[in-house]
Design a protein around this ligand. Structure first.
Ligand SMILES: Nc1ncnc2c1ncn2[C@@H]1O[C@H](COP(=O)(O)OP(=O)(O)OP(=O)(O)O)[C@@H](O)[C@H]1O
Length: 355
């Protein structure tokens, strides 16, 4: 044993960042390069998000940071420990909530947590108190003695989250923790994650839900095709879109939309860096002058014989950020499935990437 204290062992070294990754690559045996040169720095205490569509490389990255996969290039330090040379120390200093549940359906909520305490080496004397605390945190105290097989998808996820926390790690990885949950269950989990973070836990969360990233994260990176294409706070990223969004709905079909794009582009109403796009409903203009010049554009469209049936000026969303960076939308329909595969009522849902 080295002379390090319990706290130092748990919390990592000195004032290092929680996560420091440089030039990380991960190529699978079949040649798929799932992570392609990722640089990341997550300071302690931050709620950090990793947002991207299906197959972007989120799970591969999180598994690499959590020592479940070895990077094929680059270096990763987690809580000051090298993931390749000191994997055991990394594991002692992190919690990991995988996409697949780690809950044993045969065991009660309390037994699941007791099992996790054992697995993580939580001192025997601390276990009872810790279990009560965690059941409380995720609102499962009332069902502590019920077997997990009776739980809804949301309850299982909450138990999963509690399981990742038994050893009070300073850093927790959450891999798409709310995928498939209905909005109510999702909101509830968000509240626990906020509480965890407020209590000082650094959180690294992967998500394909725009709203999740927007609501929870201090900062986020957008990953596409194994590469980070943008990093910043949600507000900074939205500001970078460069203005506001003017959505115009047209009565007529594709020809009208194309014509409207031409009118908007040649109108001289907007700055050169403004963008004009045809949408399913009509046309969208992203411009610093969207608000100021919006009505002038409506007049120009009407003069061109186009039938405007609605318009709206709004602040950019993270989907607009994604669109500006990649040329594609990130949002889609929720599949409305609970984590255990049962359909939920009212799963109209936060915007997300289509499955
Ligand atoms: N074991 C594997 N062997 C080969 N390729 C893999 C393996 N696991 C994942 N991939 C591929 O690596 C890429 C990144 O996958 P990854 O699961 O990291 O993405 P993701 O962003 O987490 O997606 P999802 O939202 O579907 O979980 C994809 O092209 C995927 O098909």
């Amino acid at each position: 044993m080295t002379g390090e204290t319990d706290a130092a062992r748990r919390n990592g070294r000195g004032t290092e960042a929680a996560i420091e990754a440089v030039g990380v690559e991960l190529t699978y045996a079949d040649g798929t390069r799932a992570v392609d040169g990722v640089d990341l720095r997550v300071p302690r205490g931050e709620f950090f998000g990793f947002l991207g569509p299906n197959g972007a490389g989120k799970t591969t990255t999180i598994k690499t940071l959590a020592t479940l996969l070895s990077p094929t290039a680059g270096t990763v330090h987690v809580n000051g420990f090298d993931v390749v040379r000191e994997p055991r120390k990394v594991r002692q200093s992190i919690g990991y909530m995988a996409q697949e549940t780690s809950v044993d359906p045969e065991l009660t909520a309390e037994e699941n947590l007791r099992f996790a305490c054992e697995a993580y080496g939580v001192p025997r004397a601390d276990r009872d108190e810790r279990i009560v605390e965690l059941l409380d945190l995720v609102d499962l105290a009332d069902v502590a003695d019920k077997r997990a097989e009776e739980f809804s998808g949301g309850m299982k996820k909450r138990l999963d989250a509690a399981t990742a926390l038994v050893h009070s790690p300073p850093l927790v990885f959450l891999d798409e923790p709310t995928t498939g949950l209905d909005p109510k269950a999702r909101n509830r989990l968000w509240a626990y994650f906020r509480e965890m973070n407020d209590a000082g836990t650094t959180i690294f969360l992967t998500t394909q839900y725009l709203e999740e990233a927007d609501q929870l994260c201090d900062r986020l990176s957008v990953i596409v095709g194994g590469r980070i294409v943008a990093t910043g706070s949600p507000a900074d990223l939205k500001r970078e879109v460069g203005g506001e969004i003017l959505d115009i709905d047209l009565e007529d079909g594709e020809d009208a939309r194309e014509r409207a794009v031409e009118v908007a582009e040649s109108s001289g109403l907007f700055e050169a860096s403004a963008t004009v796009e045809s949408t399913a409903e009509g046309v969208t203009v992203t411009s610093r002058r969207a608000r100021e010049r919006g009505t002038d554009l409506l007049v120009a469209l009407r003069d061109a014989g186009l039938d405007v049936v609605g318009f709206n000026v709004r602040a950019p969303t993270l989907d607009d950020v994604f669109l500006a960076i990649t040329g594609e939308h990130l949002d889609g329909e929720d599949d409305g499935e609970d984590a255990d595969g049962t359909a939920d009522e009212g799963a109209a849902a936060a915007p997300e990437v289509g499955r």
